[in-house]
Every structure is written in C-alpha cells, then in structure tokens.
Design a protein around this ligand. Structure first.
Ligand code: NAD
Length: 405
C-alpha cells in the first residue's frame, strides 16, 4: 500500500470510532489543492535540467496550510498527499491554529553543487510564490532541507512579493528571522513524549535502552536529549547502515565520526544493516528516517515495548495491528514529532509581531503543549480502549470537522 493509502486507513479507523458521516469523511480525504510543476535549473557545466516540484495544500479549516518541503529521489505526489494530510492531523492534535500542507522536489540533493541547490530552491519559490504567504501557506524544512535552504526561499519570496516579514517560511537561520530552539524542536517534543510514556509504564531511564533509526536533524537532537537524560542509546543508523553496542553509544562521538567520515558506520562498534537494527534488542525503538520501515514483514520481530515515531509514517497499518496484538505501544508521529511544527508556529508568530523570543521562552511554551497533547491522547486511548494513533486521530478529526463546519 502507498503512504496515502496508509494515511486513509488510519483516518478510516478513527472515523469509524467517531461515527463520522460519509460526507465528512469524503471532505477529509480530498486535498484542497495540488500543485505539480517543472523547475528548470542551469547545471554548473552549462546544460539545463528539469526537476519535478510539488506542493499539496490539504486542509486549511483551522489556519494557513503548514508543512515542510522535502528533497529526496522518492518524492512523488502520493507521498506529498500523505505527508500533507498527516500535517493537518498533527496541527490539530497539538491544537495550534494551522492547517496541513507539504511540498518537495524529486531530487538527490547530494548530487547537486551548492549553487545548483540554491537555484533549485529559488526555482521552487518562483513557481509557488503566488500560492503561499503568511496567511495562506507557510512551508518549513523536512528531509534534506536545511535552514540555509529556507533562507534562500524566504529571500526569493521577499524579492518577488515585497513581503519582508519572513513569516512565509519557518526553520530559517537565527539571523534571518529564525526561532531559537527550532532546529532541536522536533527532538525536544519527542523527548517530552518519551518522558510521559516512560513514566506511565514505570520505565527507569538508566535501565531503558533505545535504538534510533535515522541520524539526521530529528534523530540527532532526539538522541542528544535522551542521552543527556540518562537513557542508554544502544543502536543508531543512517542511510548507509547501523551500529550497535549493548553497553551504550556516545552520541556526540558518533556525530563527530559521521561529520568527518560521512556515516555512523565508520564508528567503532558492531555493524548492522539499516533495517536489521529495527529488530535488535531494545526497550524503545525510534524510527527517525522515512516512511514504511515497520511493515507486516518485520513488525513481529520487533522487540521494543514502545515505538516512538519521530519520522512521519514509519509504521504501516498492518504493522500497527501486529504491534498492537503484541502489546507494543506506538506513540504516533502526529503526536511524537509535533514539536517541530509547534516551534515553527512560534517562529511565524514572532515574525508577524517582529519579536524574538529566548530559547527558554520557546521551551516554556513548547513543553506544556506537548505534555497536554500527550495527556489528551492517553486519556482517549484509555477511555475508548484504543491504540494511541487512533486516539490522536479521533481528537484531531473532531477538531478539523468542527472547524470545517
Ligand atoms: P534529515 O534529512 O535531517 O535526516 C534523515 C536521516 O535519515 C539521515 O540521517 C539519513 O541518513 C537517514 N536515512 C535515510 N534513509 C534511511 C534508511 N533507509 N535507513 C536509515 N536511515 C536513513 O531529515 P529530518 O529532518 O531529520 O527528518 C527525518 C524524519 O522526521 C522524516 O520522516 C521527517 O518527515 C520527519 N520530521 C522532521 C521534522 C523536522 O523538523 N525536520 C519535523 C517532523 C517530522
């Protein structure tokens, strides 16, 4: 099944529990707008290459469309629709006044030079400028898009529209209107969820082993926070493979090796395949890379008691069922990784009000939102005797349907 099929299955489960009318379900299944466009880029050695660009504006009943821009060879319309839908659910789970959107380019950015990457990023904005804006659609970073890319995009938007508020793109560098705490926000939000669930399951940090699949922006910041809080990180992986050490890994040391030598696999530890690491012994498994990594083929082999989804869409509905039957708690992406969009919302608020908040102010606002959202999801899970994903979807769908009306 495709990522969008998976998303629609998840919606179906929540809609059934809510007893939603067919007409409401149909409205929730359809994106409001889909943009697909060519982005011509002059390659350094002279010729012009065309890339496929996308933006899906799924639902804006609760506020402007909000969601990242992904640069990856796997980007296609189905993936964009799934990710945009999940953004609408996510902003509703944490109850911030924004909707859901997602964009991207089908490209391997590692094969582009810096100047080609800049041209591609500015090209995306040239095609989308009239359809985005502080009150319409506010993009952000996602896989392989960085604060620097957001700075180019924000600058191009300002040139084309004369709007220099900076409030159209979030995840910008600090000196270009970015927010304190944005880079680590997704990891930070996941950390609050981890703290909530381990308390409920009486798991002691020093005796809790964690494996993190994906060691980019989200995986690294999450790893650093849990390492500092005394949890033991026994496994880490990136696109080249994974490493495992039952006695624990030093996150900063691994990151230093990854920066110097390109991958975690160059670190001195037992080497293990990128997907095999999902099946190694641990208490908490944290997918933090891409979609569909926990499927019906490997769900049964997962040993963790908790799966904390920092990536979007890492678990398929079939795998969800297998994990549920085994008694594994899955803290869903639409809750666990919502710290990023929440701080993006703070960045947007700061840009509109020409303010700059301190990191402690940002964290003081983020923490209660994440803990309150976790509590609300947990309460619905207990009240209705359902898994945490369906509980989160029920809360969100109720809010979106009420706003649509
Ligand atoms: P990133 O580009 O910084 O990092 C992605 C990481 O995944 C890299 O370490 C890469 O090597 C690894 N990876 C890629 N393919 C892999 C594979 N097959 N096996 C193992 N690792 C693999 O991206 P990111 O911003 O950290 O995003 C990661 C996930 O988190 C995505 O699903 C994204 O949608 C989600 N997310 C990101 C944010 C954010 O603020 N950046 C917010 C919410 C959710």
């Amino acid at each position: 099944m495709s990522a969008f099929d998976n998303a629609m299955t998840q919606l179906g489960l929540a809609a059934e529990k809510l007893g939603l009318k067919e007409s409401d379900i149909l409205k929730l299944r359809e994106p409001n707008k889909v943009y697909e466009f060519d982005i011509p880029v002059q390659i350094d050695d002279g010729y012009e290459k065309i890339f496929n660009g996308y933006r899906v504006q799924f639902n804006n009943a609760r506020g402007p469309y909000k969601g990242g821009i992904r640069y990856h060879p796997q980007v296609d319309l189905d993936e964009m629709k799934a990710l945009a839908f999940w953004m609408a659910i996510k902003t509703a789970v944490v109850n911030i006044p924004m909707g859901g959107g997602k964009g991207g380019v089908s490209v391997d950015p590692k094969k582009l030079s810096k100047s080609e990457l800049e041209k591609l990023s500015r090209g995306w904005v040239q095609k989308m400028a009239e359809h985005i804006g502080p009150r319409k659609d506010v993009p952000a970073p996602d896989v392989n898009t960085t604060p620097q890319i957001m700075a180019w995009m924000s600058d191009e938007y300002a040139k084309l529209t004369n709007d220099s508020s900076g409030a159209t793109f979030t995840g910008k560098p600090l000196d270009k209107g970015g927010s304190e705490g944005r880079e680590s926000a997704t990891g930070q939000g996941g950390f609050y969820c981890l703290d909530e669930i381990t308390k409920r399951l009486s798991m002691n940090p020093s005796q809790t082993c964690i494996i993190i699949h994906g060691f980019g922006n989200v995986g690294f910041h999450f790893a650093r926070l849990v390492h500092d809080a005394g949890y033991k990180i026994v496994g880490l992986s990136d696109s080249k493979g994974g490493i495992y050490n039952a006695d624990g890994l030093d996150v900063d040391d691994v990151m230093r090796v990854k920066k110097d030598k390109g991958s975690v696999i160059n670190y001195e530890a037992e080497k293990i395949g990128g997907s095999a690491i999902l099946e190694k012994q641990c208490d908490i498994l944290v997918p933090a890379a891409l979609e569909n990594v926990i499927t019906k083929d490997n769900a049964d082999k997962i040993k963790a008691k908790v799966v904390l989804e920092m990536a979007n869409g890492p678990t398929t509905p079939e795998a969800d069922k297998i994990l549920r039957d085994k008694g594994v708690y899955v803290v869903p992406d639409v809750l666990a990784n919502a710290g990023g969009v929440t701080v993006s919302y703070f960045e947007w608020q700061q840009n509109l009000a020409s303010e700059h908040w301190s990191e402690s102010d940002v964290l003081a606002k983020l923490e209660p939102i994440m803990r309150k959202s976790f509590n609300a999801v947990w309460k619905a899970h207990e009240e209705h005797n359902i898994d945490l994903r369906t509980a989160a979807f029920m809360l969100a769908v109720k809010r979106i349907v009420s706003a649509m009306k």
